[in-house]
Design a binder for this molecule. Structure first.
Ligand code: SF4
Length: 285
């Protein structure tokens, strides 16, 4: 990704009044100008985050991230020892985690996962314990399918999930109580504000609802308008009831109490967003 293109997109997001930009990948630390990218986000006063595989945190890189003002880092660790499915392992990454403990001035969250594809659910517990011992926050995600939806957990996976949650370090990243219902096989009633409060911008600069719903609405960021945001804000998402995408749930909490969502057809019929009355807001679930 050419640096000029990245900076132009960051400037556009700043114009929208965005609060947080999180760079993910691929692997963002492999970008030769990653420090310049973070600097630009911070220049606009936005919170800068990275989601990384954890491989590139040598002491000098951590210190440079401190200097450019990185605010938070999330590393997902999939297992304790590398296997055929994933090399993002505690064993491989532990030395880098120690570098982060020793040098990072930014917040570090370690995410582990339970669910289909992870051979041993106990490993998520070992990863969470190590994260807490190093002074980081820890979260646990529920593995989702290619549509972002939960596939159901085994009884032992449910227990491990609950044990990790009970460890309770304080973090914005623990705004994930929606998962409790989904883990137990239920559905969660919420208003997904993807496309408005949250934009997923891919490498081609196209805005999608989220990483699992690529192509919808499928509009280039540089052509995205407040009218697009208004439409997506009010649009009910078919995939919401069993959605496991943590970051979209987290921003969804901001508006959980207002503006019930409607179908795209109803939105068209009433020609846009109609503001609620105070009484409707107060009675919203
Ligand atoms: S509910 Fe929202 S965040 Fe979840 S999969 Fe659908 S569009 Fe993505």
């Amino acid at each position: 990704m050419a640096i000029d293109v990245m900076l132009e997109r960051i400037d556009k997001l700043a114009e929208f009044g965005s609060s947080v930009i999180t760079i993910s990948g691929g692997e963002p630390m492999m970008h030769p100008q990653i420090f310049e990218i973070i600097e630009r986000i911070r220049h606009h006063g936005m919170i800068a985050g990275l989601i990384s595989n954890g491989y590139y945190f040598q002491p000098e890189k951590v210190k440079r991230l401190n200097e450019v003002g990185l605010d938070y880092l999330q590393i997902s660790i999939d297992n304790v020892n590398p296997d055929d499915v994933s090399k993002k392992s505690l064993k491989v990454l532990d030395a880098k985690l120690i570098n982060l403990r020793d040098y990072a001035k930014f917040k570090v969250n370690i995410n582990s996962v339970v669910g289909g594809g992870v051979a041993n659910p106990e490993e998520a517990l070992i990863i969470a314990n190590r994260a807490i011992a190093l002074g980081f926050s820890s979260t646990v995600g529920v593995i989702h399918d290619s549509d972002g939806l939960n596939k159901g957990l085994t009884d032992r996976e449910k227990e491990v999930y609950k044990e990790i949650k009970a460890k309770g370090t304080k973090s914005y990243a623990r705004w994930n109580w929606f998962q409790d219902k989904i883990v137990d096989g239920g559905e969660y009633e919420w208003r997904c504000r993807a496309g408005a409060r949250y934009l997923y911008v891919d490498e081609a600069g196209i805005v999608s609802w989220c990483s699992q719903q690529r192509g919808t609405p499928g509009i280039p960021l540089l052509e995205y308008t407040p009218a697009d945001m208004e439409r997506e804000y009010i649009t009910e998402k078919w995939c919401a009831p069993t959605c496991t995408i943590q970051c979209v749930h987290q921003v969804g909490h901001l508006d959980a109490w207002r503006d019930p969502q409607i179908s795209p057809t109803d939105y068209e019929n009433r020609k846009g967003l109609k503001k609620e009355t105070v009484a409707q807001i107060l009675s919203a679930k």
